[in-house]
Design a protein around this ligand. Structure first.
Ligand SMILES: C[S@@+](CC[C@H](N)C(=O)[O-])C[C@H]1O[C@@H](n2cnc3c(N)ncnc32)[C@H](O)[C@@H]1O
Length: 266
């Protein structure tokens, strides 16, 4: 294993993905630097606030599917973000109050808000960790004490893998995390893409890059590569609006610009 990745102290003077995202969702856990970055992103791509809301709807649909249809009772949600209702445990525990969740993020503000994130949750815990340290996550007391690794687990990676550039080896990290989970476990990913409107999303990612938030846009084929040898749940890797929609929404795939998929480890 390489040198330990330091979890950074809270720095409100520069934008951070969790807080920019929170602002785009209409939240209040953000600072002037985050709001300025988000506003600049919205100027070059006014759809940037639509994607986060639809991403949360994708989270709700997929967690409900996992709990109600796939029988999953254990969830590990990495890059969970600042508290946004409903949270994963609220959706899963509607199906079974005994469902267990480990939340994790590397933003110190998420750590500071962990108590709010866990509001009302029995059977849920928070781990402050960086996704680039899968071994630390897997061997953490938070995971070991909350999750029974002999029973299927759903690994949730919503809108976080695009913060890992290729040299950080996101495919290797996901493979490492899945390797320790038993057969019958699930992997859920949502991931930003420029497939449907390359210019607009390239402009948005240029703004984020300039603000110190590099974003790796990935194609459908690149997102599908996160699921080698897994059984894709229908309808496969699709724009999130098309993943088992439960209501009509007046948006296009180009506006939402996220692929999503759910797959089972055979
Ligand atoms: C766009 S938000 C998505 C939040 C939530 N998963 C959702 O889909 O609503 C991305 C989150 O990933 C976190 N994140 C980014 N890079 C990370 C890393 N290397 N390790 C852990 N968390 C990370 C950010 O702090 C942020 O909270």
């Amino acid at each position: 294993m390489g040198a330990e990745i330091m979890v950074e102290p809270l720095d409100t003077g520069r934008p951070h993905p969790a807080r920019v995202y929170d602002y785009l969702l209409g939240g209040t856990n953000n600072f002037a630097a985050d709001r300025a970055a988000a506003e600049e992103g919205l100027r070059v791509n006014p759809d940037a606030a639509t994607a986060p809301r639809q991403n949360r709807a994708f989270m709700r649909r997929t967690v409900r599917f996992l709990a109600a249809e796939a029988g999953i009772r254990q969830f590990v949600d990495l890059g969970t973000g600042l508290p946004t209702a409903p949270t994963v445990h609220q959706v899963a525990q509607e199906v079974d109050p005994a469902a267990r969740v480990v939340y994790s993020d590397n933003d110190p503000l998420v750590l500071a808000q962990a108590r709010t994130l866990l509001t009302g949750a029995g059977n849920a815990t928070y781990l402050h960790a960086d996704l680039r340290e899968p071994e630390r996550i897997l061997h953490s007391p938070e995971v070991r004490e909350t999750i029974d690794l002999d029973q299927p687990v759903a690994l949730l990676l919503y809108a976080v893998l695009h913060f890992l550039p290729d040299p950080a080896d996101p495919y290797g990290i996901v493979a490492r995390l899945m390797a320790d989970l038993p057969h019958g476990s699930y992997l859920v990913i949502s991931h930003i893409t420029a497939d449907h409107d390359p210019e607009k999303w390239a402009r948005f990612s240029e703004v984020m890059q300039r603000q110190g938030i590099p974003t790796r846009l990935r194609s459908r084929e690149e997102v599908a590569r996160f699921f080698p040898g897994m059984e894709m749940a229908d309808p496969g890797v699709v724009p999130i609006l098309r993943w088992r929609p439960d209501e009509e929404v007046p948006f296009t795939d180009a506006q939402v610009a996220l692929y999503g998929a759910v797959a089972r480890k055979p």
